[in-house]
Ligand binder design. Sequence first.
Ligand SMILES: Cc1cc2nc3c(=O)[nH]c(=O)nc-3n(C[C@H](O)[C@H](O)[C@H](O)COP(=O)(O)OP(=O)(O)OC[C@H]3O[C@@H](n4cnc5c(N)ncnc54)[C@H](O)[C@@H]3O)c2cc1C
Length: 504
Amino acid sequence: MPPIAKTPSIRIRTATEYDARPDGQYVLYWMTAYRRLESNFALQRAVELAIAWNKPLIVLEGLRIGYRWASDRFHRFILDGMLDNQQTAASLPITYLAYIEPEKGDGGSLVETLAKEACITVTDDFPCFFHPKLYGSIVKRWHCAVELVDSNGILPVRNTDRTFTVAHSYRRYMQKEIARESPAFPHKDPFRNVELPKLKKLPEAITKRWKFLSQRELETYDLSKLEIDHSVPPASSRGGRNEGLRLLREFAKIKLEDYEQARNEPDQYGSSSLSAHLHFGHVSAHEVFQAIVSSVSGWSFADISKPNGKMNGFWNLGVNAEAFMDQLMTWREIGFNMCVQEANYDRYESLPAWAQKTLNDHAADKRPYVYSLEEFESARTHDTLWNAAQRQLVLEGRIHNYLRMLWGKKILHWSQTPREALDIMIQLNNKYALDGRDPNSYSGIFWVLGRYDRAWGPEREVFGKIRYMTSESTRSKFSVKGYLQRYSDGTSSSQAAIKKVKKP
Ligand SMILES: Cc1cc2nc3c(=O)[nH]c(=O)nc-3n(C[C@H](O)[C@H](O)[C@H](O)COP(=O)(O)OP(=O)(O)OC[C@H]3O[C@@H](n4cnc5c(N)ncnc54)[C@H](O)[C@@H]3O)c2cc1C
């Protein structure tokens, strides 16, 4: 078991110049990204402060409407999580407030009004999408203390000021850090043996203007009245902590033992399916790590090998768990590193110079097919496998792990320019994928264009030295029959989903 201690200072940043006011009415935890009441450094920090000042703790879980790609799909997934959190909160010494913004901007003034009466506001330091700007613009206006706390991954995101441009250098760094010192983990239950005074009532300035949702209201919430995109319907997979933990248990118990081979097979779903729950913070990377290492009885940090930067052998967990750890510890965390270090992580200019040069050298090459965003979106290309992957994305909010790479590579191949391909990938991935709008989204999409990769030969039309993939080789390497049947345009669910795709 890794050490459990106070929230490490390297994970805490102050966001304003104001000191905390121990005479405030309560401590406020504004939950925006790590949507869980366990295994969460930001919540843990808020509990520590509430204990130190003997104050009530308010946990505000909010849901905005004014962000790009807000839709029924993402709202439903987050609402599922609010339901779970509200149930859990009932037995905790906190005031939990579930809030859905009815109109743009309403949520910002709610948090500001709550923060005014607080000793301090603690919130989540998620380095991607609208979050950094939100903290920057909202919090700048406030005249009170605010802390941003990093509960993103196993290594603190501000452990280094280096930007890693290839996976093997990040892997080497990560292994060295782990070997130097076992990372601190958040408390599974930060309320264990904790007693806090209960808030008698919310300030009147709050209750007069804002409404918080009961369990029943969350269950029956009518999304149609909100100004969000209703053309992207809820996915069939359930959101929330209970479902995230169920998937994690199922993966560790059943799927992990065949992960290395099965995760790439389109006809099997051999991976964990945890990315959406990790993205919305319904489960933590620490919990996932713990579940994987617990699959090897008696494993501890003392069992790791000397760092060697290799994908296999460092953790001494066996081939399947090692392969999974590489996704969780290298590929997931390198994306957070990029978002923290590079403000332009989502811009074409952030691609490595060699990739920009080779794409530019081939900018004038004739494309074998050119499709518009609308044609891609409605799965109207000549390629049945590509169309099936796009249909899965629209219908289920996910694409099979291996086919997602092919999906991106073909958008590059069949777009007018690489910049247009980038815009199309970002738009489709972030509009439909439950796990979109995440550091991993930008890692995956930019990987298609050369980030974290090297130059490959032979140099080809359109791609230049960028790694190339084809549907034909995918079909010859893997069995895709079941996948094609499931997401062919003949199935009623596929047709219904694609019909709903609005013209952009
Ligand atoms: C074009 C493209 C777009 C992508 N967009 C996203 C996205 O929006 N969100 C997202 O989470 N992932 C994205 N990925 C990465 C990868 O496809 C998904 O993380 C993976 O398919 C999620 O399924 P899983 O949870 O079953 O993965 P598992 O194989 O079970 O992996 C466990 C966890 O490790 C992390 N992980 C796995 N593979 C990768 C990877 N290649 N890069 C970074 N982290 C990884 C994820 O957090 C994942 O949940 C994208 C990849 C490509 C090529």
